[in-house]
Design a protein around this ligand. Structure first.
Ligand code: ZN
Length: 133
């Protein structure tokens, strides 16, 4: 019974999805973060474990799980697909990243840099115009 392996319904094993307390207790430095998310498929898993992307999704028409499939035409090379009705949707759907054209890696590194700079300056949040050069 050989053949193509079926695509998974989840990005990562559901047991690997972190709790909010686990996420909040993490500490990263830019060097480690850059090494951790150095490939797009790894970034997708990294985001799913930290609840930045939905780990699984259900088709709104069929109420069946959508599977993660390869899709070369978008930046992550992955989409979710319903096997019953063949509809597809971005893995970024209903996430913070949904309207961006940057790669997930670019966004995470940018946000890390912004947060690190803000923390070093003693600010919790500032707009770009408020950060001294
Ligand atoms: Zn469907």
């Amino acid at each position: 019974m050989a053949g193509r392996p079926t695509s998974p319904a989840e990005i990562v094993n559901p047991a690997a999805v972190m709790t909010l307390a686990m996420i909040q207790s993490e500490r990263w430095c830019l060097l480690d973060l850059g090494a951790e998310i150095n490939q797009e498929h790894v970034v997708i898993q990294w985001c799913a474990r930290r609840r930045l992307l939905r780990n699984c999704s259900t088709c709104g028409s069929c109420n069946l799980p959508k599977h993660v499939t390869n899709y070369a035409q978008n930046v992550e090379s992955k989409r979710r697909k319903c096997r019953a009705c063949n509809t597809t949707r971005s893995i970024r759907y209903q996430s913070f990243f949904s309207r961006s054209h940057l790669s997930l890696r670019q966004i995470i590194i940018f946000l890390y840099s912004l947060c690190a700079r803000s923390a070093n300056l003693g600010y919790r949040y500032q707009t770009c115009e408020q950060i001294p050069l």
